[in-house]
Design a protein around this ligand. Structure first.
Ligand SMILES: Nc1ncnc2c1ncn2[C@@H]1O[C@H](COP(=O)(O)OP(=O)(O)O)[C@@H](O)[C@H]1O
Ligand SMILES: [Mg+2]
Length: 474
């Protein structure tokens, strides 16, 4: 029997895996742990791209750190370990903290605090990074890595994911293999992408090593699963059972409407129609202390409202989104944002409205009618909406998963949504439902048709009516 329990393959494959494990992990002085069986399987995969995960707590972060350390005896080994946010990276017990714990006893390994980088005597390096904003990816533009590890990979946008994959060094370097490794629980924004890439195909090309809490003898299973039991059912299924299939979440606000849309063929392929103007719906997440932005793009045809596209991002200013809209070359009719767009931003002292104005975007302010009324409004309008299945995939998923919080003490649903990633999409959709009448029926002063954004030529200032967006007020 192999020293790696659960490892299957030809005798030759197993023999090679055992040699690799012994040389790069068991005899590696920088790795103080003996890997658990699934960790060992993961650490000996010869594949360029692989995924480790499932439940919470089976030692995913630890496995990624071990993988990054496997070849540090070779000067060609350059590893990058990433989390979505810097705060998560630095958390107690998280990746970077664990690396400090392991490497501080080795004075020959040099830590560069500014670059978040360890350099080993051989010249090998391990860097830690994060990718909060879409543009953060360019920080890794020139760099060349033999190992890229993404922890909590479902928190990343698919675009960030594929970009990083392209950052992997093309050539195999001496004895150091080029590896891309991701680890995560199910759930979150990248769930579908990861599921399609690793879980569903069950391919030999991009293996998925499932691991469960029980595989990690170093964690108190009883305590940990007890605390997981506090979670709502969907999150429990994802974290405690590592469930990748999507049950219709209990307490979902809109799941029946998505189901109806599916049955009626309204989740389909929707092309941009150049004869129809486009309305845009901006949910400005940072106004709520989160730094995210969702922009929905719609076209109306008769009573039908077509969701043709959604732009999502975080950590970017308005010019970034204005440019993306501009690049699409659509004809725009109106740009709509929640009423709090008129609030002055700390720092610049300007309102977002004013910033937008200087970019040539005149926002309609959609009134705040409260979450409950807004949800009622969504339910009114839902059956008229047709979604582009591909470009709006994450929006559809968010609407399905946007759900009420379960109140365990009262054994009833709270009248408020679970605060998670679905909120930004659902808020955008709610604002669209509330603002739609104003835009479509045009009870209000006419909206200027703008075809192209042009920061040098702001549109004429309109000073009356709700649609007025004036650069003044300083
Ligand atoms: N092979 C191992 N040997 C000893 N302890 C381990 C091992 N793998 C993980 N652990 C410990 O188990 C706990 C959970 O591991 P972690 O990597 O944080 O899990 P996950 O990222 O899957 O939630 C941590 O305290 C970690 O130090
Ligand atoms: Mg972890």
């Amino acid at each position: 029997m192999s020293i790696i329990r659960g490892l299957t393959g030809t005798d030759e494959y197993i023999a090679q895996a055992e040699i690799l494990l012994t040389q790069t992990v068991l005899n590696n002085k920088y790795i103080p742990f003996t890997p658990t069986p699934p960790q060992a399987v993961f650490l000996t995969l010869p594949h360029k791209d692989a995924f480790y995960g499932g439940q919470a707590g089976p030692g995913k972060s630890t496995a990624l750190l071990m993988a990054a350390l496997q070849f540090v005896h070779d000067k060609h080994s350059h590893a990058l370990l990433l989390r979505r946010n810097f705060a998560d990276l630095a958390l107690h017990g998280a990746l970077m903290d664990k690396a400090h714990e392991w490497l501080t006893p080795h004075p020959e390994v040099h830590w560069n605090e500014r670059e978040h980088k360890y350099t080993f005597p051989s010249g090998a390096t391990i860097s830690f990074g994060y990718m909060e904003a879409e543009r953060d990816k360019y920080r890794y533009q020139g760099a060349d890595f033999t190992f890229i590890g993404l922890d909590e990979a479902t928190q990343f946008f698919p675009t960030q994911f594929t970009y990083l994959f392209s950052r992997l060094r093309k050539e195999e370097t001496t004895q150091v293999p080029c590896r891309f490794r991701a680890a995560s629980n199910p759930g979150n924004i990248g769930h579908d992408f990861i599921k399609h890439r690793y879980i569903d195909p069950g391919s030999d090309d991009k293996p998925f090593v499932p691991a469960s809490l029980k595989d990690n003898p170093y964690i108190n299973y009883e305590d940990y699963s007890e605390s997981l039991r506090e979670l709502d059912k969907v999150t429990y299924a994802q974290l405690a059972e590592g469930c990748w299939d999507e049950p219709t979440p209990e307490g979902s606000y809109y799941a029946p409407f998505i189901e109806a849309a599916e049955n009626e063929g309204r989740l389909t392929s929707v092309m941009y129609d150049k004869n129809l103007p486009v309305d845009t719906w901006w949910d400005l997440g940072s106004a709520k202390g989160r730094d995210s932005m969702i922009v929905g793009l719609t076209q109306a045809y008769g009573t039908e409202i077509r969701f043709i596209d959604v732009i999502a991002g975080s950590g970017e200013g308005l010019p970034y989104y204005a440019k993306l809209l501009d690049e699409r070359g659509y004809k725009y009719r109106s740009h709509n944002a929640p009423h709090d767009i008129g609030v002055r931003e700390i720092g610049s002292g300007k309102t977002r409205l004013e910033t937008a104005y200087s970019l040539g975007i005149r926002f309609n302010e959609v009134p705040d009618i409260g979450v409950d009324n807004g949800i009622a409004q969504v339910r009114q309008i839902f059956n008229r909406v047709i979604f582009d299945r591909v470009k709006c995939a994450t929006l559809i998923k968010a609407l399905r998963n946007y759900r009420k919080e379960w109140n365990d003490a009262g054994q009833c649903w709270n009248n408020s949504p679970v605060k998670d990633w679905t909120n930004d999409y659902a808020d955008m959709f709610r604002m669209f439902a509330v603002g739609w009448e104003d835009v479509s029926i045009k009870k209000k002063p006419p909206i200027t048709v703008m075809t192209r954004f042009d920061a040098r030529k702001p549109p004429a200032i309109v000073t009356s009516g709700r649609y007025s967006v004036v650069g003044g007020g300083r």
